[in-house]
Design a protein around this ligand. Structure first.
Ligand code: MHF
Ligand code: KIV
Ligand code: MG
Length: 266
């Protein structure tokens, strides 16, 4: 796969071709994902849940994230690498700049931060220094203790209008990409059409510019036996992990995944 850059992703959006993204935490899976044509690899703080067995993403440290980012970088063959800034690693602007720098030096090409319009200042400061930022909106799992659980966001009209306005504000602040988690499908489509930067969705329906899933979820593995409704098991009917990864890429590109049953209504 030729190196995927921000330019590649913007061109895919303009062409109307869907962007494929998966979480990835190690070199071997990074290599397998690249082989399958996955364009973006995310070192998600979901690693705290799927690798470490915690019940939230909050315990994940900068050291954990840097370690997995460096591992993914060694197996990568052309994908754009995005790393999640862990819980409280962006408590101040100084810490945001310092910690983002460490993840870029570990091998990330882009940093992802959870929030809304209040992220604007740090996104601008990072972009000035050469760090592209993905703003993760909607269900932001680091705020699970404020949100009262992993619940769909933006179902109320006022909250939906605010999310559209925040997305536009963050694009103007210099965000390179947006990610929407667990928002009604039509709202996610509206936001995707309102900005020029690529919008990736998880539990956000099929109208976004791309899709992401947690690797373990799409391979049919779970700790609890309980999986969110937006997850599809791509191992079903496949002979190998490599085939399952390829099936994911095919279904996202063909817009057969996500189907209506994987999304939420308003
Ligand atoms: N393995 C794994 N997969 C994920 O997608 C994921 C993580 N871990 N850890 C971090 C967050 C937590 N996520 C979650 C977890 C549960 C639901 C969930 O159960 N959602 C309900 C919707 C509830 C509602 O209707 O408001 C569902 O039915 O899917 C959603 C996102 C997504 N992220
Ligand atoms: C679910 C994705 C978007 C994520 O942030 C993660 O894996 O941590
Ligand atoms: Mg995350």
């Amino acid at each position: 796969m030729p190196d995927v850059t921000l330019t590649t992703l913007r061109a895919l959006k303009q062409k109307g071709e869907k962007i494929t993204m998966l979480t990835c935490y190690d070199a071997t899976f990074a290599s397998a994902c690249c082989e399958a044509g996955v364009e973006v690899l995310l070192i998600g703080d979901s690693l705290g849940m799927v690798l470490q067995g915690h019940d939230s993403t909050l315990p994940v440290s900068m050291a954990d994230t840097a370690y997995h980012t460096a591992s993914v970088k060694r197996g990568n063959a052309g994908a754009l690498i995005v790393a999640d800034l862990p819980f409280m690693a962006n408590a101040t602007l100084d810490q945001t700049l310092h910690n983002s720098g460490l993840l870029m030096q570990a091998g990330a090409h882009m940093i992802k931060v959870e929030g809304a319009a209040w992220l604007a200042e740090s996104i601008t400061r990072l972009a000035e220094r050469g760090v592209p930022v993905c703003a993760h909106m909607g269900l932001t799992p680091q705020a699970v203790n404020i949100l009262g659980g992993y619940k769909v966001q933006g179902r109320e009209q006022a909250q939906a209008r605010q999310m559209v306005a925040d997305a536009i504000a963050l694009e103007q602040a210099g965000a390179a990409m947006l990610l929407l988690e667990c928002v009604p499908s039509d709202l996610a489509g509206e936001i995707s059409r309102a900005v020029k930067v690529p919008v990736i969705g998880i539990g956000a329906g099929s109208q976004t510019d791309g899709q992401v899933l947690v690797l373990h979820d799409m391979l049919g593995l779970s700790l609890s036996g309980r999986v969110p409704k937006f997850v599809k098991n791509f191992m079903a009917g496949q002979a190998s992990i490599q085939d399952a990864l390829a099936a994911y890429v095919n279904e996202v590109k063909a817009v057969t995944f996500p189907a209506a049953e994987h999304g939420f209504s308003a």
